[in-house]
Write a protein of this length. Structure first.
Length: 448
């Protein structure tokens, strides 16, 4: 059974369709703007003629589509029967003809190769109507003889290609407690220092001569004496600060790092950041026992301050800073928990305006009352510490953070495994603990 499209009939119908299209355009051109304001005036006769011509166009267009669809149906019946391409390839009978079917044209390819597109292109894309693709509908393109290898246990697409989006690294924290300290390098494994435990200032004016009791004014007698300066007192205590080793490790298979180089960078960053996180905790809360730093919270002589309920958080920080100043030190850093810093930044004035919005908008450095501010989860919520970092306390780097890789750990060579180790060696000395203030935030209570 063989049926072809009657080209003469189709040409006749297309010629009639073009004539009706010209009639529609002629009627449309006769519409007049008699108001001068863009409102078209159409007579009853013009409207009737326009609708009649447009209806005739639809009928002619439908006849053209029926002619082509009829031919398509008969052409489908003329196709030889054969198993689907998927079935033949799975059975191991792939041929050139099968590959040709797998590489079937896309919907856009069919449209660009169609007679309708060529005629539309020749006519300058000015004629009315739409192109109809002969032979395969969209459903045919999705179902008939086209398949991907995504069925069954195979999970690789037969078409297209996969893109490796890689891994999203966790952002490193922008600030750490150690950032408040100037870098001090050492080659020692133990730091010795004298901690100033207190100072009593008895300085005052002294008369040139006084009575024999060193208190009363001079009498002019031979018993008078030269005035004696009062004695001030300082107390010191020797301390030792050990250099501690902070380290951790993890294992990975050699092939994984060879196949995914980005993973090596990610592991390095995580390992380094893990060491830095522990450094923060040790600087703040180390108990000084065993292989731990003596952190600021556990250093004898550090001052304490509890905020007032009548003060907002920023005011409580400022009042604590005064205690350091009264000890003859200028505080240069403050450490807060991120939640507390959030409240700090969201404080509003009496008019409801954010009080630190200007510095945020300008992307300024995090500061509070001229002190550099570090917000870290190593700090306990509702607590803070401020002081003279780098002067009242010093952080010593014996060995900065390094990352080492070894294949000779345990039975790594037998298992094609590698061991990644990150470590640092640091020491903390606090010779002037009175320069530091350990603060406790008190919830603000608005006064009437």
């Amino acid at each position: 059974m063989t049926t072809t499209v009657d080209n003469a009939r189709v040409r006749e119908l297309k010629s009639a369709l073009k004539a009706k299209a010209e009639q529609v355009q002629s009627i449309s051109a006769s519409f007049k703007d008699e108001t001068g304001k863009g409102h078209m005036v159409v007579s009853t006769e013009q409207a009737a003629d326009y609708r009649k011509a447009l209806g005739a166009m639809r009928e002619i267009k439908a006849l053209i589509e029926e002619e082509t669809e009829t031919a398509s149906a008969f052409a489908y019946l003329d196709e030889p029967e054969a198993p689907s391409v998927a079935a033949q390839i799975n059975a191991g009978h792939e041929t050139k003809s099968h590959r040709r079917l797998v590489e079937a044209k896309s919907l856009s390819d069919h449209f660009l190769d169609s007679e309708a597109f060529r005629e539309m292109k020749a006519d300058g894309f000015n004629r009315l109507g739409r192109a109809h693709i002969i032979g395969e509908s969209v459903y045919d393109l999705e179902k008939k003889d086209i398949f991907t290898a995504s069925g069954g246990t195979i999970d690789i697409n037969g078409f297209g290609h996969a893109e490796n989006a890689g891994m999203q690294e966790r952002m490193l924290r922008p600030g750490r407690v150690r950032d408040l300290f100037p870098a001090v390098r050492t080659t020692a494994n133990m730091i010795h220092f004298m901690r100033h435990m207190g100072f009593v200032n008895n300085a005052r004016p002294v008369a040139e001569r006084v009575a024999a009791d060193d208190v009363s004014p001079a009498t002019g007698l031979p018993t008078d004496r030269f005035g004696r300066a009062p004695r001030s007192k300082s107390s010191f205590k020797p301390f030792r600060a050990p250099i501690i080793n902070i380290r951790h490790m993890q294992d990975a298979h050699k092939n994984v790092l060879d196949d995914e180089p980005q993973l090596r960078d990610l592991l390095d960053r995580d390992m380094v950041d893990g060491v830095k996180m522990e450094e923060d905790w040790q600087i703040l809360f180390g108990d000084g026992e065993g292989d731990n730093l003596e952190g600021l919270f556990n250093t004898p002589g550090v001052q304490e301050y509890t905020g007032l309920a009548t003060d907002r958080m920023s005011a409580q920080v400022r009042r604590a800073a005064t205690l350091s100043m009264l000890s003859w030190f200028q505080p240069n850093g403050v450490v807060l928990h991120p939640y507390d810093f959030e409240e700090f930044e969201l404080e509003k004035d009496a008019n409801g305006n954010y009080m630190v919005a200007t510095s945020i908008a300008l992307g300024g450095e995090k500061r509070a009352w001229r002190m550099k501010l570090i917000d870290t989860s190593a700090m306990v919520e509702k607590r803070f510490v401020l002081g003279s970092f780098g002067y009242g306390a010093k952080l010593y780097d014996r060995a900065q953070t390094t990352v080492s890789i070894s294949t000779e750990n345990s039975d790594n060579i037998e298992r094609s495994a590698i061991t990644i180790v990150a470590e640092s060696r640091v020491g903390l000395a606090v010779p002037r603990p009175e320069s530091f203030i350990i603060g406790q935030f008190t919830d603000y209570v608005a006064t009437p």
